[in-house]
Design a protein around this ligand. Structure first.
Ligand SMILES: NC(=O)c1ccc[n+]([C@@H]2O[C@H](COP(=O)([O-])OP(=O)(O)OC[C@H]3O[C@@H](n4cnc5c(N)ncnc54)[C@H](O)[C@@H]3O)[C@@H](O)[C@H]2O)c1
Length: 276
């Protein structure tokens, strides 16, 4: 496992302390799978709010590019579905950040697009490993620190697939449904210690990931990609995809002082899904 740390991560606080909108000054934030997509938008949101940010990603090349473009972030390569790598991640992240206040369990993969009778056990397990095992492994590490500290916040990434189910995406929907159970239970276990745990349920988020999901669904069902895209957008009352920034804003809000009494919740950012 290679690692890249950046000495100026701590500088994020002083660099932006002129802003009156800082909600996370000196807060130490670890975000998984944040070299791109929603995780990266969230990392940028925390930096803008005055936090120190450590990210990880399994994609070494993408991570290196991101750290080069984001000199205030620190990070390392880590497959968060691997127990030993997660232990290594927490060691380096804690050392770099000087502790931990917020964990964002963002990692997740789409998994196979197929009816259940055509899904292999290997694909099922891989999907659950990245979407669910990773959240367990990271939350377990964080709980040991945050419970002792008597403060902090964990945010897990679920999905509207974990609220409504999703035909041809059984492993993904099952994992995201389980994330909500993990969230509720950890909120109960850690609440008395002053630690909050919430999960986010995004609808379809504009970006490369949903493009891949749409392509796979079109191929499987014989529809055009435009038809699948239109169906997904039309399934929400607001008739539009969500932006990664919308998710980042919700995470920054719920982990701030303004969210101090919010725990154990599914925070749904989806334009109000009517059907899936
Ligand atoms: N994009 C959407 O429409 C959408 C909707 C609902 C929920 N979500 C959830 O939001 C989260 C982020 O989604 P996204 O669209 O940004 O994802 P993405 O597919 O764009 O991937 C983001 C990053 O995750 C990294 N990654 C993948 N497997 C990893 C692993 N094992 N360890 C570490 N890093 C890993 C990738 O390298 C990538 O840089 C996921 O949990 C996803 O399920 C996404």
């Amino acid at each position: 496992m290679s690692s890249t740390t950046h000495p100026t991560a701590a500088g994020a606080t002083s660099a932006s302390s002129a802003s009156s909108a800082l909600t996370h000054t000196n807060q130490r934030v670890l975000i998984t799978a944040a070299a791109s997509g929603i995780g990266l938008a969230t990392a940028q949101g925390f930096l803008a709010a005055g936090a120190k940010v450590f990210i990880c990603d399994v994609n070494a090349e993408q991570l290196a590019r991101t750290l080069q473009e984001q000199p205030l972030m620190a990070g390392m390569v880590c497959d968060v579905s691997d127990e030993a790598q997660v232990a290594g991640l927490f060691e380096v992240a804690l050392q770099t950040l000087g502790g931990l206040d917020i964990l964002v369990n963002n990692a997740g993969i789409a998994g196979p697009t197929a009816l259940i009778e055509d899904i292999s056990l290997q694909d099922w397990r891989q999907c659950l490993a990245v979407n669910l095992d990773a959240a367990f492994l990271c939350a377990r590490q964080a709980a040991r620190i945050l419970r002792k500290q008597g403060s902090g916040s964990i945010v897990n990434m679920a999905s509207t697939a974990g609220l409504y189910g999703f035909p041809r995406r059984a492993p993904y929907a099952s994992a995201k449904w389980a994330i909500r159970g993990l969230t509720k239970t950890l909120a109960q276990e850690l609440g008395p210690a002053g630690v909050r745990v919430n999960c986010i349920c995004p609808g379809s988020v504009a970006g490369e990931r949903i493009d891949r999901v749409i392509a796979a669904e079109a191929k499987k069902t014989g529809q055009s990609e435009d038809e699948v895209r239109t169906f997904l957008a039309q399934s929400a009352s607001l008739k539009t995809f969500i932006l990664a920034q919308d998710i980042a804003d919700m995470i920054v809000f719920v982990t701030s002082e303004k969210g101090a009494r919010i725990s154990g919740q599914d925070l749904i950012v989806d334009g109000n899904t009517e059907t899936l």
